[in-house]
Ligand binder design. Structure first.
Ligand SMILES: NC(=O)c1ccc[n+]([C@@H]2O[C@H](COP(=O)([O-])OP(=O)(O)OC[C@H]3O[C@@H](n4cnc5c(N)ncnc54)[C@H](OP(=O)(O)O)[C@@H]3O)[C@@H](O)[C@H]2O)c1
Length: 244
Protein backbone atom coordinates (compact mmCIF):
# COMPACT_ATOMS: atom_id res chain seq x y z
CA UNK A 1 0.00 0.00 0.00
CA UNK A 2 1.28 3.47 -0.90
CA UNK A 3 1.53 5.69 2.16
CA UNK A 4 1.77 9.35 1.19
CA UNK A 5 -0.74 10.17 3.94
CA UNK A 6 0.38 7.87 6.75
CA UNK A 7 -0.41 9.49 10.10
CA UNK A 8 -2.86 11.95 8.54
CA UNK A 9 -6.32 12.16 10.15
CA UNK A 10 -9.05 13.09 7.66
CA UNK A 11 -12.80 13.73 7.88
CA UNK A 12 -14.99 13.48 4.77
CA UNK A 13 -18.57 14.73 4.85
CA UNK A 14 -21.10 13.11 2.52
CA UNK A 15 -18.99 9.95 2.44
CA UNK A 16 -21.83 7.43 2.09
CA UNK A 17 -21.82 7.58 -1.73
CA UNK A 18 -20.36 9.21 -4.82
CA UNK A 19 -17.45 11.62 -4.59
CA UNK A 20 -17.25 11.48 -0.78
CA UNK A 21 -17.08 7.69 -0.72
CA UNK A 22 -14.42 7.72 -3.45
CA UNK A 23 -12.43 10.38 -1.58
CA UNK A 24 -12.61 8.40 1.67
CA UNK A 25 -11.42 5.24 -0.06
CA UNK A 26 -8.58 7.13 -1.80
CA UNK A 27 -7.47 8.76 1.46
CA UNK A 28 -7.42 5.41 3.24
CA UNK A 29 -5.52 3.83 0.34
CA UNK A 30 -2.84 6.51 0.81
CA UNK A 31 -2.52 5.59 4.50
CA UNK A 32 -4.74 8.24 6.12
CA UNK A 33 -7.10 7.43 8.98
CA UNK A 34 -10.48 8.49 7.62
CA UNK A 35 -13.72 9.39 9.36
CA UNK A 36 -16.71 9.05 7.04
CA UNK A 37 -19.63 11.29 7.91
CA UNK A 38 -23.18 11.25 6.48
CA UNK A 39 -26.77 10.44 7.48
CA UNK A 40 -27.03 6.86 6.13
CA UNK A 41 -25.27 4.92 8.89
CA UNK A 42 -25.72 1.51 7.26
CA UNK A 43 -23.97 2.71 4.09
CA UNK A 44 -21.16 4.28 6.10
CA UNK A 45 -20.61 1.12 8.15
CA UNK A 46 -20.47 -1.06 5.02
CA UNK A 47 -17.86 1.22 3.39
CA UNK A 48 -15.83 1.37 6.63
CA UNK A 49 -15.84 -2.45 6.85
CA UNK A 50 -14.70 -2.68 3.25
CA UNK A 51 -11.87 -0.17 3.77
CA UNK A 52 -10.75 -2.05 6.90
CA UNK A 53 -10.89 -5.38 5.04
CA UNK A 54 -8.43 -3.86 2.56
CA UNK A 55 -6.06 -2.87 5.39
CA UNK A 56 -7.16 0.77 5.70
CA UNK A 57 -8.15 2.72 8.82
CA UNK A 58 -11.69 4.12 8.81
CA UNK A 59 -14.50 5.09 11.18
CA UNK A 60 -18.14 6.04 10.63
CA UNK A 61 -19.97 9.04 12.11
CA UNK A 62 -23.69 9.21 11.39
CA UNK A 63 -24.36 12.97 11.37
CA UNK A 64 -26.61 15.39 9.50
CA UNK A 65 -24.46 18.38 8.48
CA UNK A 66 -27.45 20.73 8.82
CA UNK A 67 -27.43 20.11 12.60
CA UNK A 68 -24.75 22.51 13.88
CA UNK A 69 -24.68 21.09 17.41
CA UNK A 70 -24.42 17.49 16.19
CA UNK A 71 -21.59 18.45 13.83
CA UNK A 72 -19.73 20.26 16.62
CA UNK A 73 -20.12 17.23 18.93
CA UNK A 74 -18.95 14.87 16.20
CA UNK A 75 -15.79 16.88 15.50
CA UNK A 76 -14.98 17.09 19.22
CA UNK A 77 -15.34 13.29 19.48
CA UNK A 78 -13.28 12.69 16.34
CA UNK A 79 -10.48 15.03 17.47
CA UNK A 80 -10.43 13.33 20.89
CA UNK A 81 -10.40 9.82 19.43
CA UNK A 82 -7.73 10.53 16.79
CA UNK A 83 -5.79 13.15 18.81
CA UNK A 84 -6.41 15.76 16.12
CA UNK A 85 -7.71 16.43 12.60
CA UNK A 86 -5.37 17.26 9.67
CA UNK A 87 -7.77 17.24 6.73
CA UNK A 88 -11.41 18.21 6.23
CA UNK A 89 -13.15 17.39 2.96
CA UNK A 90 -16.42 19.35 2.83
CA UNK A 91 -18.34 17.31 0.28
CA UNK A 92 -21.93 16.70 1.47
CA UNK A 93 -24.35 18.30 -0.95
CA UNK A 94 -27.67 18.00 -2.70
CA UNK A 95 -29.05 19.34 -5.95
CA UNK A 96 -32.70 20.12 -6.72
CA UNK A 97 -33.20 21.83 -10.06
CA UNK A 98 -36.48 23.56 -10.92
CA UNK A 99 -37.40 26.80 -12.60
CA UNK A 100 -37.99 29.44 -9.92
CA UNK A 101 -41.66 29.71 -10.88
CA UNK A 102 -42.17 25.97 -10.21
CA UNK A 103 -39.89 25.64 -7.21
CA UNK A 104 -40.84 24.60 -3.71
CA UNK A 105 -39.37 27.10 -1.24
CA UNK A 106 -38.61 24.21 1.13
CA UNK A 107 -36.26 22.73 -1.49
CA UNK A 108 -34.38 26.03 -1.69
CA UNK A 109 -34.02 26.10 2.09
CA UNK A 110 -32.79 22.49 2.12
CA UNK A 111 -30.09 23.26 -0.46
CA UNK A 112 -28.93 26.28 1.54
CA UNK A 113 -28.93 24.18 4.72
CA UNK A 114 -26.88 21.32 3.29
CA UNK A 115 -24.66 22.96 0.65
CA UNK A 116 -23.89 26.20 2.49
CA UNK A 117 -24.72 25.83 6.18
CA UNK A 118 -23.35 22.28 6.20
CA UNK A 119 -20.00 23.62 4.93
CA UNK A 120 -20.08 26.38 7.55
CA UNK A 121 -20.87 23.95 10.37
CA UNK A 122 -18.13 21.47 9.50
CA UNK A 123 -15.54 24.17 8.75
CA UNK A 124 -16.26 25.99 12.02
CA UNK A 125 -16.03 22.76 14.00
CA UNK A 126 -12.83 21.59 12.29
CA UNK A 127 -11.01 24.93 12.21
CA UNK A 128 -9.29 24.91 15.64
CA UNK A 129 -8.17 21.32 15.07
CA UNK A 130 -6.77 22.13 11.62
CA UNK A 131 -4.87 25.15 12.96
CA UNK A 132 -3.42 23.00 15.76
CA UNK A 133 -2.52 20.14 13.39
CA UNK A 134 -0.68 22.55 11.07
CA UNK A 135 1.80 23.13 13.92
CA UNK A 136 2.59 19.41 14.01
CA UNK A 137 5.19 17.38 12.14
CA UNK A 138 3.31 17.51 8.79
CA UNK A 139 3.63 21.29 8.93
CA UNK A 140 0.36 21.88 7.11
CA UNK A 141 -3.37 21.09 7.32
CA UNK A 142 -5.98 20.99 4.56
CA UNK A 143 -9.55 22.17 4.16
CA UNK A 144 -10.95 21.13 0.79
CA UNK A 145 -14.50 21.95 -0.29
CA UNK A 146 -16.28 20.24 -3.16
CA UNK A 147 -18.08 23.07 -4.93
CA UNK A 148 -19.15 22.76 -8.58
CA UNK A 149 -18.59 24.22 -12.03
CA UNK A 150 -21.94 25.86 -11.13
CA UNK A 151 -20.01 27.73 -8.44
CA UNK A 152 -18.14 29.57 -11.22
CA UNK A 153 -20.95 30.34 -13.65
CA UNK A 154 -24.67 29.57 -13.78
CA UNK A 155 -25.14 26.92 -16.50
CA UNK A 156 -28.93 27.06 -16.85
CA UNK A 157 -31.97 28.76 -15.26
CA UNK A 158 -32.88 25.70 -13.19
CA UNK A 159 -29.47 25.84 -11.47
CA UNK A 160 -30.68 28.93 -9.56
CA UNK A 161 -30.29 28.07 -5.86
CA UNK A 162 -27.83 25.19 -6.33
CA UNK A 163 -25.49 27.59 -8.16
CA UNK A 164 -26.11 30.26 -5.52
CA UNK A 165 -25.01 27.90 -2.73
CA UNK A 166 -21.89 26.89 -4.66
CA UNK A 167 -20.98 30.51 -5.44
CA UNK A 168 -21.40 31.22 -1.72
CA UNK A 169 -19.05 28.43 -0.59
CA UNK A 170 -16.51 29.74 -3.11
CA UNK A 171 -16.61 33.18 -1.50
CA UNK A 172 -16.43 31.67 1.99
CA UNK A 173 -13.44 29.50 1.09
CA UNK A 174 -11.55 32.42 -0.46
CA UNK A 175 -11.96 34.35 2.80
CA UNK A 176 -10.86 31.27 4.77
CA UNK A 177 -7.83 30.94 2.50
CA UNK A 178 -6.78 34.50 3.25
CA UNK A 179 -7.26 33.99 7.01
CA UNK A 180 -5.79 30.51 7.43
CA UNK A 181 -2.98 30.37 4.87
CA UNK A 182 -0.60 32.29 7.15
CA UNK A 183 -1.32 29.59 9.77
CA UNK A 184 -0.33 26.85 7.30
CA UNK A 185 -3.88 25.67 6.66
CA UNK A 186 -4.34 25.21 2.90
CA UNK A 187 -7.83 26.01 1.71
CA UNK A 188 -8.83 24.52 -1.63
CA UNK A 189 -11.94 24.43 -3.75
CA UNK A 190 -12.70 21.78 -6.35
CA UNK A 191 -15.31 22.57 -8.97
CA UNK A 192 -16.44 19.49 -10.90
CA UNK A 193 -18.63 19.45 -13.96
CA UNK A 194 -20.81 16.38 -14.57
CA UNK A 195 -19.85 13.41 -12.39
CA UNK A 196 -21.71 10.10 -12.60
CA UNK A 197 -23.04 9.62 -9.02
CA UNK A 198 -26.38 9.18 -7.27
CA UNK A 199 -26.88 12.95 -7.62
CA UNK A 200 -26.88 12.69 -11.41
CA UNK A 201 -28.51 9.24 -11.68
CA UNK A 202 -31.59 10.76 -13.36
CA UNK A 203 -29.52 12.92 -15.68
CA UNK A 204 -29.28 11.90 -19.34
CA UNK A 205 -25.62 12.41 -20.28
CA UNK A 206 -26.29 11.30 -23.85
CA UNK A 207 -22.96 10.55 -25.55
CA UNK A 208 -20.98 12.35 -22.86
CA UNK A 209 -18.34 10.31 -21.05
CA UNK A 210 -19.02 11.95 -17.66
CA UNK A 211 -16.41 12.21 -14.92
CA UNK A 212 -16.26 9.38 -12.36
CA UNK A 213 -16.17 10.00 -8.62
CA UNK A 214 -12.65 8.53 -8.61
CA UNK A 215 -11.50 11.35 -10.94
CA UNK A 216 -12.44 13.88 -8.27
CA UNK A 217 -10.94 11.75 -5.49
CA UNK A 218 -7.62 11.60 -7.36
CA UNK A 219 -7.64 15.39 -7.73
CA UNK A 220 -8.27 15.80 -4.00
CA UNK A 221 -5.33 13.49 -3.23
CA UNK A 222 -3.15 15.55 -5.58
CA UNK A 223 -4.18 18.78 -3.81
CA UNK A 224 -3.33 17.54 -0.32
CA UNK A 225 -0.10 15.74 -1.15
CA UNK A 226 1.79 18.77 -2.50
CA UNK A 227 4.73 20.15 -0.56
CA UNK A 228 3.54 22.17 2.43
CA UNK A 229 4.56 25.40 0.70
CA UNK A 230 2.24 24.64 -2.25
CA UNK A 231 -1.48 25.35 -1.94
CA UNK A 232 -3.82 24.38 -4.78
CA UNK A 233 -6.61 26.86 -4.15
CA UNK A 234 -9.05 26.17 -6.96
CA UNK A 235 -9.53 23.38 -9.50
CA UNK A 236 -12.23 23.48 -12.19
CA UNK A 237 -12.57 20.05 -13.81
CA UNK A 238 -15.08 18.97 -16.43
CA UNK A 239 -15.59 15.86 -18.53
CA UNK A 240 -13.52 16.42 -21.66
CA UNK A 241 -16.62 16.48 -23.84
CA UNK A 242 -18.74 18.67 -21.56
CA UNK A 243 -19.74 21.91 -23.27
CA UNK A 244 -21.91 23.77 -20.70
N1 LIG B 1 -22.33 14.66 -9.38
C1 LIG B 1 -22.03 15.81 -9.99
O1 LIG B 1 -22.19 15.96 -11.22
C2 LIG B 1 -21.45 16.94 -9.19
C3 LIG B 1 -20.92 18.04 -9.90
C4 LIG B 1 -20.37 19.09 -9.19
C5 LIG B 1 -20.36 19.07 -7.81
N2 LIG B 1 -20.89 18.00 -7.14
C6 LIG B 1 -20.85 18.06 -5.67
O2 LIG B 1 -20.23 16.91 -5.18
C7 LIG B 1 -20.66 16.66 -3.85
C8 LIG B 1 -20.97 15.18 -3.70
O3 LIG B 1 -22.05 14.84 -4.55
P1 LIG B 1 -22.14 13.46 -5.35
O4 LIG B 1 -22.22 13.80 -6.78
O5 LIG B 1 -21.09 12.53 -4.88
O6 LIG B 1 -23.60 12.97 -4.93
P2 LIG B 1 -24.13 11.83 -3.96
O7 LIG B 1 -23.60 10.51 -4.35
O8 LIG B 1 -25.60 12.06 -3.91
O9 LIG B 1 -23.47 12.21 -2.56
C9 LIG B 1 -23.97 13.20 -1.71
C10 LIG B 1 -23.48 12.91 -0.31
O10 LIG B 1 -23.90 13.97 0.56
C11 LIG B 1 -24.47 13.38 1.71
N3 LIG B 1 -25.45 14.26 2.32
C12 LIG B 1 -26.54 14.82 1.74
N4 LIG B 1 -27.23 15.53 2.65
C13 LIG B 1 -26.55 15.40 3.83
C14 LIG B 1 -26.77 15.89 5.14
N5 LIG B 1 -27.84 16.66 5.44
N6 LIG B 1 -25.87 15.56 6.10
C15 LIG B 1 -24.81 14.78 5.82
N7 LIG B 1 -24.56 14.30 4.60
C16 LIG B 1 -25.43 14.60 3.62
C17 LIG B 1 -25.09 12.08 1.23
O11 LIG B 1 -25.17 11.14 2.30
P3 LIG B 1 -26.49 10.78 3.14
O12 LIG B 1 -27.66 10.84 2.18
O13 LIG B 1 -26.18 9.41 3.64
O14 LIG B 1 -26.55 11.79 4.23
C18 LIG B 1 -24.03 11.61 0.25
O15 LIG B 1 -23.02 10.90 0.92
C19 LIG B 1 -21.85 17.60 -3.61
O16 LIG B 1 -21.43 18.70 -2.84
C20 LIG B 1 -22.22 18.05 -5.02
O17 LIG B 1 -22.84 19.30 -5.04
C21 LIG B 1 -21.43 16.94 -7.80
Amino acid sequence: MDSKLTGVRAVVTGASSGIGEAAARALAAEGATVVLLARRGDRLRAIVEDIRAGGGAAHAQQVDVTDAAAVADAFTRIADDLAGIDVLINNAGISINDLAADADLADWHTMVDVNLNGVLHASHAALPHLVAAAQGSRGVADLITVSSASGRRVPKPTSNVYAATKHAVGAFCEALRQELGPQQVRVGLIEPGFVATEMTSNHDFGELDALEASDIAETIIFMITRHRRCGINEVLTRATGQVS
